[in-house]
Write a protein that binds this ligand. Structure first.
Ligand SMILES: Nc1ncnc2c1ncn2[C@@H]1O[C@H](COP(=O)(O)OP(=O)(O)O)[C@@H](O)[C@H]1O
Ligand SMILES: [Mg+2]
Length: 251
């Protein structure tokens, strides 16, 4: 048995927005080197959980550990990359795809230094892996939604992050981006990186994920895909409504 430190360990996490409870005692362990799905309907707390992992929302109580240390420490060390559901980016701003990916190197080189040869090489390699080399000089706002998601994943690769937190990377993306991302995330896990990806699209899960966690303000179930995407658990996670798309997946 592996005794590896979990990439993510969330314990009894409670988050509220005013009086509204968003997370109500979430416990989650994410083993390294796998693709994990975070599945839940709209409003189930997926984005809030990502933000809590990144220290972007304050928990009322509970703990988040990344690689056994604080979220702050993991972020400062560049070990975690986060692609938010709605990127807080001014899409009119004149930065290229390559510029966005290159920001993944800044933490490594410090604020005012110029990119060196190995930084440029890392950016090129990341662009290549997400199949955006041809669009590297395009303004970021001129990309499709799926291409932007790939650009943010490339930024995480350029950063050499060990943990990628991807909030709904498949929402509204084209088929090529979905296929490219799915294959890439599988490869990254095979290399030992850890991926946590939220989605409400259960159909996409078996091809993508090793494990899933069902979230409905708390974790309803967590485990291998086949054990977890079961009708009774999905009914719990989706508030009594099992989406028809789930029925083809859960035996
Ligand atoms: N900034 C906010 N202020 C108030 N309520 C919020 C805020 N962000 C999210 N919520 C609420 O918290 C709950 C969880 O939201 P969210 O984490 O975005 O879920 P999901 O990503 O699964 O759709 C929802 O009820 C949502 O309306
Ligand atoms: Mg969300």
């Amino acid at each position: 048995m592996s005794v590896a430190v979990p990439a993510v360990a969330v314990t009894d996490l409670h988050v509220r927005y005013g009086a509204a409870v968003a997370l109500d005692g979430v416990d989650l362990r994410i083993a390294p080197g796998r693709v994990h799905g975070l599945i839940g309907m709209n409003g189930s707390g997926k984005s809030t959980l990502f933000k809590a992992m990144m220290g972007l929302v304050r928990a009322r109580s509970g703990d988040v550990l990344l690689f056994g240390g604080s979220s702050d420490a993991a972020r400062r060390a560049g070990r975690v990359a986060y692609a938010p559901q709605n990127e807080a980016v001014d899409w009119e701003f004149p930065v290229s795809v390559r510029d966005v990916v290159a920001t993944g190197r800044y933490g490594r080189i410090g604020g005012y230094r110029r990119l060196r040869r190995d930084d440029h090489a890392a950016v090129d390699a990341a662009l290549d892996r997400v199949e955006l080399t041809d669009l590297a000089d395009r303004q970021i706002g001129a990309l499709s939604g799926g291409q932007r998601k790939r650009a943010f994943v490339a930024r995480g690769l350029a950063q050499e992050a060990e943990l990628l937190l991807l909030d709904e990377p498949f929402a509204g993306v084209d088929k090529r981006s979905e296929a490219t991302l799915t294959a890439l995330l599988r490869d990254l896990a095979a290399e030992g990186r850890t991926v946590l990806v939220s989605t409400h699209d259960i159909i996409a899960v078996p091809a993508l994920c090793d494990e899933v966690a069902l979230l409905n303000r708390r974790i309803i179930a967590q485990g291998p895909v086949a054990d977890t995407l079961r009708p009774e658990l999905l009914a719990d996670a989706f508030g009594g409504f099992v989406p028809a798309s789930a029925l083809g997946v859960a035996a």
